[in-house]
Design a protein around this ligand. Sequence first.
Ligand code: PLP
Length: 415
Amino acid sequence: MERNSILNLNPGPSSLPLPVLEEAARGLLNFNGTGMGITEISHRSKEFQALTNDLVARIRALLSVPDTHEILFTQGGASLVFSTIALNLLARFRLLHPNLPLSEVSADYVVTGVWSKKAYEEAKRLVQHTGVNVRIAADGRTESEDGKSFQSVPSKDKYQFGPADKTAWIYYCENETVNGVQFASAPEDPAAFPLDAALGPPQHTTIDPPLVADFSSSFLSRPIPQIERHALIYGGAQKNIGPAGLTIIIVRKDLLVDVDAAHTLGGCPPCPLTLSFQTLAESGSLYNTPPMFSMYVSDLVLKDLQAKGGLSVVEENNRQKQQVVYGVLEKMEEAGIIQLNVKPGSRSWMNVTFIFHDPALGARFVKEAEAKGLRGVKGHRSVGGFRLSLYNAITLENARTVAGFLEEFLASTKD
Ligand code: PLP
C-alpha cells in the first residue's frame, strides 16, 4: 500500500507532514552536521540543548505563552500527568496552607468525557486518602436512550466549584478525543474564555484555584484563549505535534514547588522526583534523558507550521475542515441514517463522532471507507460508533475528500 493512497483519520498517533518526515529521516542519520543521528547524540550536547531551546521558543511564540509560565518536556504520556497534577498541586496547596485540614479541601474536576473521567479517577486514587475531596464539580453526562452519555460541555448553571481558598485545583479537558466533546472556541470574541461563565472573573493568581487543562488532542489546532488564566496546560505530542513519547507541560511558575518539603509537613504523599514540576524546571527538562527523537520531530513540525503561517492560518483551516465534514453529516442526520453524538456548540473540531442507526449500514460504511483508503473511521472500543479525526496533518483538501465520500454514501442510501 502506498502512503499517498490512504487518508489517516485515526485518533492518534496521527500523520505528520511528508517533508517533516523526510527531514527527520535525514536527522536520524546525521543530526545537524554532528555526524551522529538524533537518537545517537548526547542529550547534554550543545546541539541538543539548542534544539530544546528552539522547541521552547516555538511553542512560546505559537501559543503566546507568557513569561510567568515555563515550558517543560517529559515522558510517560498525558496519562502520567494525571498523577503528576495530583501530587504537585496537593503539595503546592499544603505549602500555601500548612494548617488547613485537608478534609476541608477539594480538587474539582469538570468531566466531559472518558479522559477527564480518567484524570479524576487517578487523582482520587492518589490523594483521596489524605482527606482531600476529589470531586466532580460539573458532569457533562446527560441521560440518553442507552443510559448516560457525553453529549455536551456542562451548561453554565451546572458548575459547583468549592470556595476559591479551599480548592486545590480545577481541572478540565479541552477536547475529549473519544467522545468528541470540545469547549467551544469563541470566534466572535477571541478573548472569551470557555470557562468564564462558570469560574467568574479572575481574582488573584495565587488565590484563584489553579486551572489545569488537558489539551492533548487540540494542542496547536487553534490559539488558546486567555492562556494566562491557566496554571497548567499539557498534552501528549502524538496528535498534532509529533511522535508519541513526548508530553509538553506549560506550567505557571508558582506551581514549581518543593514536593519533599510538602511531604515533610504531613498529609501529602511522596512524589517521585521525575514527576516533580520543580525538578523538571530546574534541570531544563533534563533531569533524566528526555524523549529526544520525539522532541526533534516536534520541532520540525512546529517549524513547518510557522512557515505555513502560524496558528491563525491553522485555526482557519481547521474551522473550515470541520464545517465541511459536519455539514454532510448533518444532512445524513436529517436523512435519518446517523446521529451525531455531540450537540451543536460542543462539537469537536478534531474528533467527529456519530453512530449509524442501522448497524448493517455502519458495517457497509466501514467497508466502503476502507476501500476508498479512509483509515481509522471506527469509534473508540469503549464507546463504539464512528469517529473521524481531523488533526492538523489532514488538509482542507483531505477534509473535502472525506466529505465527498460521505455525500456519495448518503446518495447510495437513497438509491
Ligand atoms: N488525554 C487525552 C485528551 C487524550 O486524547 C489521550 C490519549 O489519546 C490521553 C489524555 C492519554 O494520552 P497518553 O496515551 O499519551 O497517555
